[in-house]
Design a protein around this ligand. Structure first.
Ligand code: G6P
Length: 610
């Protein structure tokens, strides 16, 4: 989704801005632009639709310089993908603005400002920020005051950076609902919507809080809270290890991230899983005391993270004896829900910034939950900062839009949460031992599963010309089938639907023919025989099946069924293991189709608008 980079320095900041934008490409976008202010007070702007490369080419063709600059990658919400709608937006060649989020009352502001003579040249909500700030400047305010007054008129969400040609010594930034981080250099300072953009220039970061407005000069940063008081915000040293620029020899980030799963799951377990049990307080300080009283879990998330929550529901109810509801964040936040006594709210998110999930957490604070826990991959993100407890998945930066290693580490975290809650709710010793042993074996089982790559590559050939597909699973493999279907549609653009296989005869059987591949996940569990009957139902109707199965499940390949044997594993970890072949299948189908695997069309990595 939209990305922001800003810099104020003595040197020319063009390359810093471009490198920052490149590092934000993974978030998904459709146009890019930069505005630069040079020492003679010239404000120049270059914008392009398409990739950052087009913008970089344009900037290298007609070199532009500036020691103050703002840059943006736009993911269209209001107004189509055109150069005129790309950021930065100007007001009369004086004020320049980049913005993430949505100004919901922009039509009202636009009408007011147009009536006052401010001319609009785009269809965006953002342009009203530029003109509103300009209007306040015209009333005699300086840039800081102008922004403070302007933001009080905005409804909706914004992370915004504003420069004024007449005040080249500072940039003003404001945050409400969309994350912004300030990066500290030596004699130069930076701004971004994601610390990833600034890793080549600094490791020292300050996250702005809701309602903050900050003045950033080359040598200082002053933060004002919502009431206009100067406030201190912590500066953190980032220890983020992975470099977004590094594909480690893989063709795509997604493939690299799929292959990293054994090692990141190992990281996730390290220091948290002892020989016979989990260590104390792995969900945060004081967590064990909080978890001891929990009788119900409400999980809220979006996308892939929602699927990990759905899987967790099976585990929490089967093994830990706590009831669990799972809901999509955008639904949860807009309805009245019932809060059970002694409930824990669990949000799951790779990015920690997904707008709906964050809004759901904020709403839940007023609803009477005993506590909130986030299972998240990005330290310092909004969900981590605003939750009572946090479990970091330690998957390292995930760049591919389609989530892979974040998902499997979330599931690893959930199995440990199952152990933690089960302890207080009568989990059997047998189940406890099975999960602990399963977790110990998980990294090596994941490694073994990656060896299926060649077989899956061959199989992918058979999918490339298909337009529809069906994924089937039962029990805790049903959410894995859903995740498999999501992966396939995200990166190969093949329509894919997932069904709990018991539902087949209630509709989807009508779709079965030899043009509709059916993918089945079939570990050797207590539902195997039921699943086999469902497979027969498909076979009887001429369906072509691809079955990922445990060897012991005794499926045989024949002309209507291709069987791919997945390494035998403990039942508790099977959903994590069976995720990998489905990720690989989507990846290799997308390769054959030639899609943009890491940045699939229309999608964004971090969805910071609702
Ligand atoms: C976007 C991403 C998905 C992700 C979802 C939730 O749609 O493309 O991969 O699962 O957001 O994101 P989160 O960061 O909250 O896990």
């Amino acid at each position: 989704m939209c990305g922001i980079v800003g810099a104020i320095a003595e040197r020319n900041v063009v390359e810093i801005l471009l490198e920052g934008l490149k590092r934000l490409e993974y978030r998904g976008y459709d146009s890019a632009g930069v505005a630069l202010l040079d020492s003679d007070g010239n404000l120049t702007r270059i914008r392009r639709t398409g990739k950052v490369k087009e913008l970089a080419d344009a900037l290298h063709k007609e070199p532009v310089k500036g020691s103050v600059g703002i840059a943006h990658t736009r993911w269209a919400t209001h107004g189509g993908v055109t150069e005129a709608n790309a950021h930065p937006h100007f007001s009369s060649e004086r004020v320049a603005v980049v913005h993430n989020g949505i100004i919901e009352n922009y039509q009202h502001l636009r009408a007011e400002l147009s009536a006052k003579g401010y001319g609009f040249s785009s269809d965006t909500d953002t342009e009203s920020i530029a003109h509103q700030v300009h209007y306040e400047l015209d009333q005699g305010a300086d840039l800081l005051q102008a922004v403070q007054t302007a933001v009080s008129k905005f409804e909706g969400a914004y992370g915004t950076v504003i420069i004024d040609k007449l005040e080249p010594e500072r940039m003003i930034v404001a945050r409400s609902g969309s994350p912004l981080v300030i990066g500290f250099g030596i004699g130069e300072n930076f701004i971004a919507s994601d610390q990833m953009a600034l890793l080549p220039v600094t490791r020292r970061f300050m996250y702005l809080e809701e309602g903050d407005v900050a003045e950033v000069t080359r040598t200082s940063v002053i933060v004002y809270d919502q009431s206009g008081q100067v406030v201190e915000r912590d500066i953190i040293e980032s220890d983020i290890e992975h470099d977004a620029g590094d594909k480690a020899g893989y063709r795509h980030y997604m493939l690299k991230e799929i292959h990293e799963q054994p090692s990141v799951v190992r990281n996730c377990l390290q220091g948290r899983l002892g020989e016979h049990d989990i260590s104390p307080n792995i969900f945060g300080q004081g967590a064990d005391e909080v978890l001891a009283n929990i009788k119900h879990v409400q999980i809220v998330a979006c996308g892939t993270s929602y699927h990990s929550g759905m899987t967790a529901k099976y585990w929490l109810e089967q093994y830990a004896n706590v009831s669990c509801n799972v809901e999509i964040a955008s639904e949860f936040r807009y309805r009245k829900s019932f809060v059970h006594p002694n409930s824990l709210l669990v949000t799951i998110s790779q990015s920690g910034e997904t707008a709906d999930t964050l809004a759901a957490l904020r709403l839940a604070k007023s609803l009477g939950y005993s506590s909130s826990l986030t299972i998240c991959n990005v330290p310092g993100s909004s969900l981590v900062r605003e939750s009572d407890l946090a479990f970091m998945t330690l998957a390292g930066a995930e760049i591919g839009v389609a989530s892979t290693k974040a998902f499997t580490t979330q599931l690893t975290g959930f199995l440990m949460l199952t152990l933690a809650l089960g302890k207080h709710n009568g989990m059997s010793d047998v189940d406890h031992k099975a999960i602990v042993d399963g977790l110990h074996s998980l990294p090596s089982k994941l490694e073994e599963t990656l060896s299926l790559t060649q077989g899956i590559k061959d199989l992918a050939e058979e999918f490339a010309d298909k337009h529809h597909s069906l994924f089937l699973g039962r029990g805790d493999q049903y959410p894995i089938a859903m995740e498999g279907a999501l992966k396939l549609k995200e990166i190969s653009y093949i329509h894919a639907e997932a069904y709990a296989s018991g539902e087949l005869k209630h509709g989807p059987l009508a779709l079965i023919d030899d043009e509709m591949p059916v993918i089945v996940v079939a570990p050797n569990n207590e539902l195997l025989e039921k699943l086999k009957s469902n497979v027969e139902e498909v076979r009887a109707r001429g369906g072509i099946m691809y079955v990922f199965a445990d060897k012991e499940a005794h499926f045989q390949s024949d002309k209507t069924m291709r069987v791919i044997n997945v390494p035998h594993c403990a039942a508790a970890i099977a959903p994590i293991i069976y995720t990998l072949p489905l990720q690989l299948l989507s990846y290799y189908v997308a390769i054959i189709k030639g899609t943009d695997v890491d940045q699939p069309r229309n999608l964004a990595k971090s969805v910071t608008v609702e």
